[in-house]
Design a protein around this ligand. Sequence first.
Ligand SMILES: [Zn+2]
Ligand SMILES: [Zn+2]
Length: 151
Amino acid sequence: MPQDQNTLIAELQARGMRVTPQRAIIFEVIERLSGHITAEEIFSEVQQINPYISLATVYRTLELLQELNLITPTNLGGSQTHFAMQGHGAHHHLVCQKCGGIEDFSDDLLETLRTQLETRYGFSAQINHFSIFGLCRACRQANPSAQPQAG
Ligand SMILES: [Zn+2]
Ligand SMILES: [Zn+2]
């Protein structure tokens, strides 16, 4: 990511928070892996740098980063939550239940939904990393009668 000086360490320090050496290692790993990563993936990288950092510490750090709005979680299928850096920008995913393929879709498609939720329900929706499950074009063409799985 070019000219991104806002590292997680700098962000925390700017908010007057202490960055322990363990946290610093976890932050570096998150930034290095980039894209969408799970807690387990972060943990296995962190372990190679410092085997004394526990999975619980990784989870606590991820929670903190979420509270500070620096990372954003989404469900890309499977049992694990995926995280992306907030600076990555608003984006959403179409997740194919058949082939597991993931495609991004543009944030402006959700503008109507946000507006309507506010108008009709007075609800201010925070939809900044959304996943929709179904069947992708290729899978539908391969099997036109296939239906997306419920739930
Ligand atoms: Zn994403
Ligand atoms: Zn597919």
